[in-house]
Design a binder for this molecule. Structure first.
Ligand code: BG6
Length: 468
């Protein structure tokens, strides 16, 4: 299956988006609000606010986003021009089951994604679908979101509807985006305002059960389905070779990796069982659950990769919970983006090895990229920094394939078209090969423009990674 370039012949090349960050049309086609529709805009220094319902006068970036809902044909044509063989996108759950509680799916929502998938397939672009990407119907909050086991059934009803409807069109699925981020973003990942450890662990438990059942269901509905998990790229190095730094780093990584362990191995790792015991947290385990977890192991592991971190003996174990990525240490060997994310291409090869050593299942990079301020001049953006970023990262992916022998399924860069930032709600934190003329408050023509990186990526795909 190897081609001369080092990348497999059927390597999936493409880009990734998420419904709430690109579609807009938040209340069209029968859609009701999702948890993303009540998050205001923010910035690198100002946190986004989660409001109680939609408040007049506040700006909610997901409501319009980049209007991909109406412009998907134009956008997919541009992806096709770059030669994409894969488009990672998500379905907005609240288009299919507007409040989450309905017994029957919403036809207008289902039809919309039929159009989108048909458009992709017309160009030979394989859709890779995230079933829940930082998005669940707001209507499910009344029953306690993921703290309530009933939401597992609501999720499975949704999965059943989309697996049946898109059978033959979609073969690659991801059950939850960045599932480990429940540990520091309970709202986005689980529709919860509470942030205590017990709630996080219960929500995660229900998502594991939901994911495992979805894997089984997806295989029953179509044996060609490949269903994966997705890890939000938390990777850290020990600060020094001081054994205390090394052990603290191991514990820090356990906090994140346990999500992968459960989904790839089908049971809770010993270190997590002990930790839950120590903390006095009891999971809401029902009879038959361990069989569910075991029978719903994922077919592949996918992950986002933007940066790496450093941990040491002074890193509090709750650091990634309370302050997201603040471990108390910075890597002096690496440069950072304008949003202070440390750029570490070699860490991507390290991450691919970490997963393959641990699970021996296919791996896919489903998000990678650099958020930067771009300047549109006479219809074009010159973005050599972005090309450098991608080039250096893809070289490491190639090494992971050629030197380490890892079955890397594909690579979808994040935000292949500029979209709303999940972290800050900004538009100016841009990741795309395609520039969208819109500012942080939704002003602009929304016209699309090709950046220099567009032409560069097109060549990379055309030569299957030979031209890096
Ligand atoms: C990942 C998410 O965490 O990182 C995306 O899956 C997100 O939804 C991406 O957009 C980049 O983060 P940000 O905050 O720069 O948008």
């Amino acid at each position: 299956n190897k081609s001369d370039s080092g990348f497999p012949k059927d390597f999936l090349w493409g880009g990734a988006t998420a419904a709430n960050q690109c579609e807009g049309a938040w209340n069209e086609g029968g859609k009701m609000p999702s948890i993303s529709d009540v998050i205001t805009n923010g910035s690198h220094k100002v946190r986004r606010e989660i409001t109680d319902g939609i408040i007049e006068g506040k700006y909610y970036p997901s409501h319009k986003a980049i209007d991909h809902y109406h412009r998907y044909k134009e956008d997919i044509a541009l992806f096709a021009e770059m030669g994409f063989t894969c488009y990672r996108m998500s379905i907005a759950w609240s288009r299919i089951f507007p409040t989450g509680n309905e017994t029957e799916p919403n036809e207008a929502g289902l039809a919309h994604y039929d159009f989108v998938f048909d458009e992709c397939l017309k160009y030979g672009i394989e859709p890779l679908v995230t079933i829940s990407h930082y998005e669940m119907p707001l209507g499910l909050l009344d029953k306690g979101s993921w703290l309530n086991r009933e939401v597992v059934d609501d999720y499975l009803r949704y999965c059943k509807a989309i697996f049946n409807r898109y059978k033959g069109k979609v073969k690659h699925w991801i059950t939850f985006n960045e599932i480990n981020c429940i540990s520091f973003s309970t709202w986005k990942c689980a529709g919860l305002k509470v942030t205590d450890e017990e709630s996080k662990m219960i929500a995660a438990y229900h998502q594991f059960i939901a994911s495992a059942q979805a894997v089984k269901l997806g295989h029953e509905i179509d044996s060609n389905n490949k269903i994966g998990m997705m890890f939000g790229g938390v990777f850290s190095y020990p600060n020094t070779c001081d054994p205390e730094d090394v052990i603290r780093n191991m514990e820090y990584m356990h906090n994140a990796l346990f999500y992968c362990d459960v989904q790839c191995r089908g049971y809770y790792p010993a270190y997590k069982v002990k930790e839950l015991e120590r903390k006095g947290i009891e999971l809401p385990i029902l009879e038959g659950d361990s069989e569910i977890l075991l029978s719903g192991k994922v077919d592949f592991i996918s992950f986002s990769y933007y940066f790496s971190l450093v941990c040491g003996k002074n890193t509090p174990l709750e650091a990634n919970h309370k302050h997201a990525f603040d471990t108390g240490y910075l890597n002096p060997y690496l440069e950072a983006t304008e949003w202070d994310w440390k750029i570490d291409p070699i860490g991507l090869r390290y991450a691919l090895n970490l997963f393959y050593d641990r699970y021996q299942i296919p791996v896919m990079v489903v998000e990678n990229g650099m958020g930067a301020v771009d300047v549109l001049e006479e219809g074009i953006v010159h973005d050599p920094y972005r090309i450098d970023y991608f080039k250096s990262h893809l070289k490491e992916v190639k090494k992971a394939i050629e030197i380490d022998g890892i079955p890397v399924m594909g690579y979808t860069s994040w935000g292949c078209i500029d979209l709303v930032s999940a972290g800050t709600g900004e538009m100016k934190k841009r990741y795309g090969f395609i520039y969208v003329d819109m500012d942080d408050y939704g002003n602009g023509t929304l016209n699309r423009y090709k950046k220099d990186s567009f032409y560069w990526y097109k060549d990379v795909i055309k030569t299957n990674g030979q031209e890096l």
